[in-house]
Design a protein around this ligand. Structure first.
Ligand code: ZN
Ligand code: ZN
Ligand code: ZN
Ligand code: ZN
Length: 323
C-alpha cells in the first residue's frame, strides 16, 4: 500500500483512519498538508477525495508526558454550506491555538531546562555581552530600537542594551546567536517544526512577501523604514494573543502555513519565550515591563500622528475662517 499523494509505502498501522467514508490511504503528513491547503484556499478543511468538511482538534498531551501532541480529525456536522454550519476561519485558528498552548508552554519550559545558559545570561547579562563584538552590540541595540550615537565604549553599549532590552531578552538573543546549531536548538513548535528567532522587521518582511504578495525589492525596505516604527505589524503571538510591535523579536515556525494545526503560521513573541523558558527569575515582571514599554512607544507614536493630523485640521479650519 502507498500514500495516494506522495506514493511513499505505507504499513497498515501507518494508514490514517479517515473521518469520512473514503478508503483512500494517506500518510499523516500529506493529509495534514491537504487540509491546510483547502483551509487556506476555500476557508474549510476538507477531505481531498470526497471534499467532506473535517473538524480538527488538538490533544496537547499530559504535563508529565512526552512533549508531543496529536491532531484529532472528526466529521464536521453539516456539509459546511448552510449559514449555521459556517465556522469562521478565525474561530478555527483560535481554537487550535488555544488547544495547543499547554504544549507550547511545556516545550518552552523544557527548552529552558536544557539550556541553562539562558538563565545564567538573564541573571548576569553584562558578562555575556562583554564577549560579543562592538559591531554585534551596535546591531543588537538598533534591533531593539535603541541608538548608539555618542556611545564610544563597549561598556556604554552594554549598559544601553540592558536598559533597552532587559536580561531575559538578551539571554534569548545570545542563545539564538551562539547555540543556533547546538543540541535541541532551536526550540520546537507544537507541530514538531523548528521555531526560528526573527527580528520583528524580518518577520514583517517575510509576511509582506509570502502572504501579501509584495515582490521582494528595495521597496520593501523603504516601506518598512517608513512604517515600521508606527504601524503595528500583522504578527500576532499565538500564546498571548498580542499584536506585536515591529521592534519585538519573534519565534516563528519554519513550517509556515503548511499544517492544519496552524494554517495561518505560528508565532511566539519573545516576551512569552522569556516568560516560560526562563521562568521564575523575576523575568515575568521584567517581561511585563517590556510589554508595557513597547505599548507606550506605540501610544506615543500614535499620539504624534494624531497631533499632526489635528494640527493640520486646525490650520484648514483657520484657513476657512480667514477665507
Ligand atoms: Zn503521503
Ligand atoms: Zn473523504
Ligand atoms: Zn509549527
Ligand atoms: Zn506572546
Amino acid at each position: 500500500m502507498e500514500c495516494a499523494i506522495c506514493f511513499d509505502p505505507l504499513l497498515e498501522s501507518e494508514r490514517l483512519p479517515l473521518p469520512c467514508r473514503c478508503t483512500v490511504p494517506y500518510c499523516l503528513g500529506c493529509w495534514d498538508r491537504a487540509l491546510a491547503s483547502s483551509f487556506n484556499s476555500a476557508g474549510h478543511a476538507r477531505c481531498p477525495s470526497c471534499r467532506r468538511p473535517v473538524r480538527v482538534d488538538f490533544d496537547p498531551g499530559d504535563e508529565d508526558g512526552p512533549a508531543r501532541g496529536r491532531l484529532i480529525f472528526s466529521a464536521e456536522t453539516g456539509d459546511g454550506s448552510s449559514a449555521e454550519d459556517a465556522v469562521s476561519k478565525e474561530g478555527v485558528v483560535n481554537r487550535l491555538a488555544e488547544q495547543a498552548a499547554p504544549l507550547m508552554t511545556r516545550l518552552l519550559r523544557r527548552f529552558g531546562e536544557r539550556h541553562s545558559s539562558l538563565r545564567a545570561i538573564a541573571e548576569a547579562p553584562s558578562e555575556a555581552l562583554r564577549g560579543r563584538s562592538i559591531r554585534e552590540l551596535k546591531a543588537w541595540l538598533k534591533e531593539v530600537g535603541g541608538s548608539d550615537s555618542g556611545l564610544l565604549e563597549k561598556a556604554d553599549l552594554i549598559d544601553a542594551l540592558i536598559a533597552k532590552a532587559g536580561g531575559g531578552m538578551i539571554a534569548s538573543r545570545v542563545v539564538a546567536a551562539t547555540e543556533g546549531g547546538g543540541e535541541g536548538c532551536p526550540p520546537l513548535c507544537v507541530c514538531g517544526g523548528a521555531l526560528e528567532r526573527l527580528t520583528g522587521r524580518a518577520r514583517m518582511r517575510q509576511l509582506l512577501i509570502e502572504q501579501h504578495g509584495v515582490r521582494e525589492s528595495a521597496n520593501i525596505d523603504a516601506l518598512l523604514d517608513h512604517a515600521a516604527d508606527r504601524l503595528p505589524s500583522s504578527v500576532i503571538c499565538d500564546l498571548c494573543d498580542t499584536q506585536l510591535s515591529p521592534l519585538q523579536p519573534v519565534y516563528t515556525c519554519a513550517n509556515g502555513d503548511a499544517t492544519i494545526l496552524h494554517p495561518t503560521t505560528y508565532d511566539v513573541c519573545e516576551v512569552c519565550f522569556v516568560r516560560y523558558a526562563v521562568e521564575g527569575l523575576g523575568d515575568e515582571a521584567l517581561a511585563t515591563e517590556r510589554q508595557l514599554l513597547y505599548e507606550e512607544e506605540e501610544i506615543e507614536a500614535q499620539e504624534e500622528v494624531e497631533a499632526q493630523e489635528s494640527g493640520g485640521r486646525g490650520e484648514a479650519a483657520r484657513g476657512a475662517l480667514e477665507g
